[in-house]
Design a protein around this ligand. Structure first.
Ligand SMILES: Cc1cc2nc3c(=O)[nH]c(=O)nc-3n(C[C@H](O)[C@H](O)[C@H](O)COP(=O)(O)O)c2cc1C
Length: 200
């Protein structure tokens, strides 16, 4: 966006059965099943641009991205391995590292709160979560499958240090992007009669 875009009238929403179908059939990928092809550099830039068009109270943009190719994630997984040994379920903690390294591209979304008198931290964190979802939609729109996960290393203090996540930041998620060899299967969806209250 350039300064001349500011204040530009944007189109109002129009019905799109294609988008409705996409949303009705969207499904996360198992991270470990994501393979190539992955998005090109230009496609990743497009995904980030689309993903960053996310609501946030106060225009604080309280998040940041770390785009990780296979090499940096392979090194990271090796550095995390000794920390996995110290997790309560060391076997599982080591095993899930394969989810970190499978996809061709991963965007680490860091929730990075900004000092604000007006906007509570919770709302800033919600915006970081919304960015993760929007990145998934953007990558899906370019034809890639995605997986938004966290796992133990998103919470372990030493792992966070390896990730370069500051003490006042949180991992909103790892958004893994790639291609699935097989169609994903539908999973249980909420019964909306248990979740919705209608009021006049
Ligand atoms: C914030 C967040 C954290 C998640 N962390 C994990 C995780 O650590 N491990 C995992 O296997 N899946 C994780 N998931 C993914 C979900 O378990 C699951 O793949 C996803 O919700 C499937 O739903 P969908 O097909 O509607 O996208 C996480 C999802 C979210 C939103």
């Amino acid at each position: 966006m350039t300064d001349s875009d500011l204040g530009r009238a944007l189109p109002l929403p129009t019905p799109s059965s294609e988008l409705q179908t996409r949303l009705a059939e969207r499904r996360s990928a198992p991270a470990q099943a994501l393979g190539g092809p992955g998005p090109s550099r230009a496609e990743i830039e497009r995904i980030l641009l689309l993903g960053a068009r996310t609501p946030d109270h106060g225009k604080l943009f309280p998040w940041r991205f770390v785009v990780m190719g296979p090499e940096s994630r392979a090194k990271l997984a090796e550095s995390l391995r000794p920390l996995a040994e110290r997790q309560p379920d060391a076997g599982k903690a080591g095993k899930v590292l394969s989810k970190l390294t499978a996809a061709p591209v991963t965007v680490l979304v860091v929730s990075a709160q900004v000092e604000s008198q007006k906007v509570p931290v919770w709302e800033q964190q919600l915006s970081a979560g919304a960015v993760c979802m929007n990145l998934e939609h953007a990558a899906n729109a370019l034809g890639y499958s995605t997986s938004w996960i966290t796992d133990w290393y998103s919470y372990d203090p030493q792992a966070l240090e390896l990730l370069g996540v500051e003490p006042d930041e949180q991992v909103a998620g790892f958004v893994h992007i790639g291609t699935l060899a097989e169609a994903p299967l539908e999973r249980p969806r909420p019964d909306l009669t248990q979740k919705v209250v209608w009021r006049d």
